[in-house]
Design a protein around this ligand. Structure first.
Ligand SMILES: *[C@@H]1O[C@H](CO)[C@@H](O)[C@H](O)[C@H]1NC(C)=O
Ligand SMILES: *[C@@H]1O[C@H](CO)[C@@H](O)[C@H](O)[C@H]1NC(C)=O
Ligand SMILES: *[C@@H]1O[C@H](CO)[C@@H](O)[C@H](O)[C@H]1NC(C)=O
Ligand SMILES: *[C@@H]1O[C@H](CO)[C@@H](O)[C@H](O)[C@H]1NC(C)=O
Ligand SMILES: *[C@@H]1O[C@H](CO)[C@@H](O)[C@H](O)[C@H]1NC(C)=O
Length: 399
């Protein structure tokens, strides 16, 4: 009896600390200016991008959060210790910006640092978390990226989850809480317990292949931690649309982020995205894998490393099928065979659908071979039909 009461108390405590996180059943989608503009942001730029998101097809497929990143703040707090925007960059204030987003069917995200004093020339929040949470509620913002400011290993984010919960309690308001300690203190383990809805798993992404592949490699052992019951692993923004990244590498990047259930936050200057990249970004089949109601990440089920053909296979269940990434890590085109039984625990007759080209390939039994997968490229496919052989998943074990 005592044990059951204790279990109930523990369960209830956890429930209340993660209260702010309830209601986010799929990863957030949106835009963040940092990778394209760094600290050089302002009201005009943000509204211009909000207009592009709202009116040029992005909102229609689910992109909705317009997130401010570092650089929006004034360099000091107000006399009553509140955060305030740099008034030369955001003369109308943040509440006005949030209203603008909401009028256009969008949501506004904001950024804050957990540093004790100043971080990058801006005020830290650790001593003011309750005040700041109230400010964010007063401004009606919808998303908070809370960075650790290099105070590695300290549990600032824990206090902040409570601060957000208190500030939103009893109000018709939730604030999506993104913990950003760059994976330095294993936030995927404790993120859900402190009210986090997503947690950065890696250092900042850079718009080139070595950064993308190094992030994919570091996610290999984390895929079980990001899902709709806990919250999402955040491998940082999408660097789609940066023209220095070859198209096939952009496809690989997008396929992995979508299938790992990463937040899909675009990081490019949307005025400069090519038609080809925009078509990729707006691909509804890729997005529907990310927004799948089952909310489970793919995992790595096979890899092979040698000089001629290095490749990976990642698979995972969807609400209405299965998804697979056949990934050519190497530098010449190769074929990869997906064995339904071994790599997906499926049998029977299975329809294979190419999520990138958006075309069906017909029905297969036992296996499917993708031919001529380009260097650093993927074939990203959905499997429809067939039977689950068992409820286990064939994930490689990294624990
Ligand atoms: C706003 O920011 C953009 C991007 O950094 C810059 O090009 C533009 O000149 C800025 N506009 C104003 C009014 O400061
Ligand atoms: C709660 O907020 C949402 C989103 O802003 C709004 O659509 C809804 O009408 C509000 N509900 C109440 C009861 O005020
Ligand atoms: C791969 O290439 C390196 C350098 O050329 C060589 O030393 C190594 O033996 C090769 N490995 C395999 C598995 O062929
Ligand atoms: C699929 O696997 C299940 C479970 O092992 C088995 O009962 C069934 O007969 C198999 N179906 C086919 C078409 O192989
Ligand atoms: C793929 O399945 C077919 C039968 O559907 C079989 O003949 C073939 O040997 C299999 N290939 C591989 C590589 O497993």
């Amino acid at each position: 009896m005592i044990t059951w009461i204790l279990i109930f108390i523990i369960a209830f405590t956890r429930f209340t600390t993660s209260q702010n996180g309830l209601g986010y059943k799929t990863p957030p989608m949106g835009w963040n200016p940092y990778n394209a503009f760094h600290y050089n942001i302002n009201e005009t730029l943000i509204k211009q991008h909000a207009d592009i998101i709202a009116k040029q097809g992005y909102l229609d497929v689910g992109f909705r959060y317009i997130n401010l990143d570092d650089g929006w703040q004034a360099s000091a707090r107000t006399a009553d210790n509140k955060l305030s925007p740099d008034s030369s960059k955001f003369p109308s204030g943040i509440k006005d910006l949030a209203d603008y987003m909401h009028k256009n069917g969008l949501l506004l995200g904001i950024y804050s640092d957990a540093g004790t004093q100043t971080c990058g020339g801006f005020p830290g929040s650790l001593d003011h978390e309750d005040t700041d949470a109230q400010t964010f509620v007063d401004w009606d913002v919808d998303y908070l990226k809370y960075a650790n400011c290099n105070e590695q290993g300290k549990p600032e984010q824990e206090h902040n989850g409570n601060a957000l919960n208190s500030a939103t309690a009893g109000k018709n308001k939730t604030i999506f809480y993104n913990i950003c300690e760059w994976g330095t203190s294993d936030s995927w383990l404790w993120g859900p317990d402190v009210g986090g809805n997503s947690w950065r798993t890696t250092a900042d992404i850079i718009a080139f292949w070595p950064s993308i592949i190094s992030i994919i490699n570091s996610e290999v052992r984390l895929t079980e931690y990001g899902n709709s019951r806990r919250g999402w692993n955040d491998p940082d923004v999408l660097v789609l649309g940066f023209d220095r990244i070859p198209y096939e590498e952009q496809v690989t990047h997008y396929a992995f982020w979508a299938a790992m259930k990463a937040p899909l936050i675009l990081g490019s200057d949307l005025t400069k995205v090519t038609d080809e990249a925009k078509k990729l970004i707006l691909n509804k089949d890729i997005i529907s894998v990310n927004q799948d109601p089952l909310g489970l990440s793919v995992c790595q089920v096979y890899y092979r490393t040698d000089n001629k053909s290095s490749f990976d296979i990642w698979t995972g269940p969807l609400n209405d099928g299965y998804v697979a990434i056949l990934f050519n890590r190497g530098i010449e085109p190769i074929s990869i065979t997906l064995d339904f039984k071994e790599h997906c625990h499926l049998n029977g007759s299975i329809e294979v659908y190419d999520l990138v080209k958006q075309q069906p390939y017909g029905d297969y039994t036992n296996n499917y071979t993708a031919v001529n997968i380009p260097e650093h490229g993927v074939e990203f496919i959905k499997l429809i039909g067939g039977n689950r052989i068992d409820d286990d998943r064939p994930c490689l074990n990294y624990s």
